[in-house]
Design a protein around this ligand. Structure first.
Ligand SMILES: O=C(O)CCC(=O)C(=O)O
Length: 287
């Protein structure tokens, strides 16, 4: 589905690229400082995990002074993948810093260029603490729509943002351009890592060349929920921190079975745009 829009922050060329290729990279869209609230939310969770590991006798040092980029990896360096996966391969906590990020005007301005200014933040957002040596950090080839096959929501746009530089060593995103026009392919549930990721077989990937997308911290990679994409394992000694956020027009299925999304921007009903308090209370609109 191609929607033409002349509002928002993207240039005509960027909108055309997105519509043609099914993805768009916005290098360094957000600054290190603008990512601070999200980083703080992640640190909050890492503190909780360190407390639990310490209380369980699994670690003797909570590594409070280690940098954000390394601490979670080092907390688990002598533990097993199972120990890590008890805390989830990705996180969806309601911590204020995430709402701050999902409401970022820079993100909303970019998405507005693609689907207009009535924007709903889809309930499916993930914080990905991809640590080394945990196979489940690598995500097999898939289409995001395989996670909501019955939802009558189109388009859903993923905005993927790393909180560290993402590269081929720590497992950046890979995408197959122009695959966004494909129908939803039959997927299977990945068994190797026990995570239940939806996955496609090699023979379903077609001949389209893969584009590898290393990007610096704060960049945004926007793609459509039918675009084929994956990410490789983390072979570094750092955490490949990222978030994937999702947006759709307000007249689409809000997918309540995935949780409560929220009205992120509206020119028609600005008074209904959700506040932090609404989001924390799982209200999609302002009370
Ligand atoms: O962050 C990753 O490694 C994979 C992200 C992904 O597959 C997605 O956002 O749909």
């Amino acid at each position: 589905m191609t929607i033409q829009s002349h509002s928002g922050s993207l240039t005509k060329d960027q909108v055309e690229f997105y519509n043609e290729e099914g993805y768009l990279v916005l290098p360094k869209l957000l600054t290190h400082d603008e990512l601070a609230p999200a980083r703080e939310a992640m640190n909050h969770k890492v503190n909780e995990i360190a407390d639990e590991l310490f209380a369980a006798g699994l670690i003797t040092d909570k590594l409070e002074h280690r940098p954000f980029k390394y601490r979670l990896a080092e907390l688990f360096q002598d533990l097993t993948a199972e120990d890590f996966l008890k805390h989830g391969r990705s996180w969806r906590d309601r911590i204020p810093g995430y709402f701050h990020l999902m409401s970022s005007p820079k993100i909303l301005d970019a998405v507005e260029s693609l689907i207009g200014g009535e924007l709903f933040s889809n309930p499916v957002y993930n914080v990905r603490p991809k640590i080394p040596k945990v196979a489940a950090g690598a995500v097999p080839w898939h289409q995001d729509k395989s996670y909501w096959p019955d939802a009558n929501s189109n388009p859903v746009i993923t905005v993927w943002i790393p909180l560290v530089d993402a590269n081929e060593i720590n497992g950046c995103l890979h995408i197959k351009p122009k695959t966004h026009r494909k129908r939803l392919l039959e997927w299977h549930s990945e068994q190797l890592t026990g995570t239940g990721y939806t996955a496609l077989r090699e023979d379903q990937l077609g001949k389209t060349k893969t584009v590898v997308l290393p990007v610096p911290e704060g960049s945004a990679i926007l793609f459509n929920d039918r675009a084929l994409h994956m990410s490789t394992p983390n072979l570094s000694d750092e955490v490949r921190w990222s978030v994937d956020l999702r947006y759709q027009p307000t007249d689409q299925d809000p997918m309540p079975n995935h949780g409560a999304g929220f009205l992120a921007r509206s020119y028609k009903y600005p008074e209904k745009v959700a506040t932090l308090e609404d989001w924390l209370a799982e209200r999609p609109e302002r009370a």
